[in-house]
Design a protein around this ligand. Structure first.
Ligand code: ADP
Ligand code: MG
Length: 243
């Protein structure tokens, strides 16, 4: 029996676009301290699943429940406004292109979600700088995104996703635009920064090397989970970097 607490659970998710069943009865649990890789052919529903788990999309049927400090929250039953707030406070996101703001410096990009959750500028930037340092980017705080390599920019995106203390990180093809050596480094940064704090990572990837480093791999086909492998690890102790 697995005693590690479930952070996020989805049950019976269905999402259709016209004739397309992007999600067809998907049930999934994500536990604290595990990294779940989602693999599958293009169009199999990976991004739709990630977005539904994260409350970016709402399914036509099924439930998504987050075990938050204040208790269990049915994400699918929240208003748009409540879901946006929950995403800002509980979740972090890393996409293939970091969606960083090019006009802002690295430290300003990382500080931005903290400003949005009500922190003062000085405190937010100090915290952001600590996260950049934790991700190996000390000295690059004042660079704009265009002055960083692809791998460095992804580390800024990871720092930004982690800075608010997110319990679950969602990453959609986070290494898809990187060469294999840089990809391995970015994946290490993503896994270490998440799992060392006992948080969870859900990562969509085409890269078997990325999937191999996750605790569990889920395979999707035509909106369904067709296979899973790997076990959930034992709980990990909390980290050195925290909010
Ligand atoms: P993947 O990430 O695995 O490539 P997606 O989740 O993006 O797959 O898409 C799953 C299916 O749903 C595909 O057939 C896709 O064309 C369809 N789909 C996704 N988003 C939309 C949308 N906004 N409108 C219409 N069809 C969509
Ligand atoms: Mg996709």
């Amino acid at each position: 029996m697995n005693e590690t607490p479930v952070i996020l659970s989805a049950s019976g998710l269905v999402k259709t676009y016209g004739e397309t069943r992007a999600l067809d009865d998907v049930t999934l649990r994500v536990r604290a301290g595990e990294a779940v890789a989602i693999m599958g052919a293009s169009g199999s529903g990976k991004t739709t699943l990630l977005h539904t788990l994260a409350g970016i999309l709402t399914a036509d049927a099924g439930s998504v429940t987050l075990d938050a400090p204040i208790g269990r929250i049915r994400i699918d039953q929240l208003s748009d406004k409540e879901r946006s707030r929950l995403r800002r406070e509980e979740f972090g996101f890393v996409f293939q292109q970091g969606l960083l703001i090019p006009e802002l410096t690295a430290v300003e990009n990382v500080a931005l979600p903290l400003l949005l959750t009500g922190h003062g500028r000085a405190q937010a930037e100090a915290h952001a700088a600590r996260w950049l340092a934790a991700l190996g980017l000390a000295g690059m705080e004042q660079r704009r995104i265009g002055q960083l390599s692809g791998g460095q920019a992804q580390r800024v995106a990871i720092a930004r996703a982690q800075a608010t203390g997110a319990k679950v990180l969602f990453a959609d093809e986070p290494t898809g635009a990187l060469d294999s050596a840089t990809s391995a480094d970015v994946m290490t940064a993503l896994l270490d920064s998440t799992l060392s704090r006992g948080h969870a990572l859900v990562v969509v990837t085409h890269d078997p090397n990325v999937a191999a480093r996750c605790s569990r791999v889920i395979r999707m086909q035509d909106g369904r989970i067709t296979g899973a492998q790997g076990a959930t690890p034992a709980p990990v102790s909390a980290s050195e970097v925290s909010r």
